[in-house]
Design a protein around this ligand. Structure first.
Ligand SMILES: [Zn+2]
Length: 251
C-alpha cells in the first residue's frame, strides 16, 4: 500500500457525512484523484476555510484495497488565494480553471505540467491584470498539454502550407483549412491572423513572459469564441462556470 505525500489543488468537494468529505484533487505527484477525508471535526468557520475549492493543500493519501476512493489521511492548507474570493469575476474564472481541468483530465494520469499550469494561473489571477487574457492563455496551454492543440501551420485536411490571411478555421477538423479544403467542413469560419499568431505564440512562450503580449479587441473577442467552441467540441461538455461568468456579466 503506497502512501503518497503531495501538493494538491482542490477541484471539487461533496459532503459525505457530517464529519466526512469526498474531495477531488489535482495532485502534483499523481494527477487527478478522488478521496475521502474522514474525521473532519473542525469548527465551522475553519472548516470552510480549510477545504474550499481551488485552495492549495499538502495532502497524504493511500489506496484502499478494492476501492475506487483513496483515503486522505492528512490535508494541510498552504494557500487559500483570498484575492480570488473577494471578486465575483475572479471567483468565476478560478472556478472555470478548476472545472475545465476536472472535465478534461482523466483520473490518475500524472501530469506535473498541468499541475503547474493550474497553480501558476491561480497565482497570476490573484494579481492585478487581465483575467480574460490569462484565461485564453490557460485554455491554449491546457490544450497543448492534453495533446489537443489546434493545427496552425498547415491545412489539417491536406497538409498544404496556408498563407496568413487565407486560412479558415475548422473546429471539427482541429485547426486551419486551406481554401481548397473548405468544403470538408461546412462550418469552417474566417479567422484573423492575429488570433492564429496569439495561439501560436502562447503555445511556445513560458507563462511569465506572456503578460507582455497585447491583444486587440477584435482578436480578444474572436479568441474567446474560438476557444469556447473548440473546447466544448473537443472536451464535449458545457461548463457551469461559463454560465456563472455570463450571469455576473464578466463575459
Ligand atoms: Zn487543404
Amino acid at each position: 500500500m503506497a502512501i503518497i505525500k503531495t501538493d494538491a489543488i482542490l477541484l471539487k468537494k461533496t459532503q459525505l457525512r457530517e464529519t466526512s468529505l469526498i474531495i477531488d484533487f489535482f495532485t502534483e505527484e499523481s494527477g487527478k484523484i478522488k478521496g475521502v477525508l474522514k474525521g473532519v471535526r473542525c469548527p465551522e468557520p475553519q472548516f470552510g476555510a480549510l477545504y474550499e475549492v481551488f485552495t492549495l493543500d499538502r495532502i497524504v493519501f493511500y489506496e484502499k484495497k478494492n476501492k475506487d476512493l483513496f483515503i486522505i489521511s492528512q490535508c494541510e492548507l498552504i494557500d487559500f488565494f483570498p484575492e480570488l474570493r473577494e471578486s465575483l469575476e475572479k471567483l468565476g474564472y478560478a472556478s472555470y480553471f478548476t472545472e475545465l481541468i476536472d472535465l478534461a483530465v482523466e483520473s490518475g494520469e500524472k501530469n506535473k505540467a498541468i499541475f503547474k499550469l493550474l497553480l501558476d494561473s491561480l497565482r497570476i489571477l490573484s494579481e492585478p491584470g487581465s483575467a480574460k487574457r490569462l484565461t485564453r492563455v490557460f485554455e491554449i496551454k491546457l490544450l497543448k498539454e492534453l495533446g489537443l492543440m489546434p493545427g496552425l501551420k498547415s491545412c489539417v485536411s491536406c497538409g498544404k502550407e496556408v498563407a496568413t490571411g487565407k486560412a479558415g478555421f475548422s473546429i471539427i477538423g482541429g485547426g486551419i483549412l486551406c481554401r481548397d479544403c473548405f468544403k470538408s467542413d461546412p462550418k469552417v469560419r474566417p479567422i484573423l491572423a492575429g488570433t492564429l499568431n496569439f495561439i501560436e505564440h502562447v503555445s511556445v512562450t513560458p507563462m511569465d513572459k506572456i503578460s507582455r503580449i497585447k491583444v486587440s479587441t477584435d482578436v480578444g473577442r474572436e479568441l474567446e469564441r474560438v476557444m469556447a467552441d473548440f473546447l466544448s467540441f473537443h472536451i464535449n461538455r458545457k461548463f457551469k462556470s461559463i454560465e456563472f461568468l455570463q450571469e455576473v456579466g464578466a463575459l
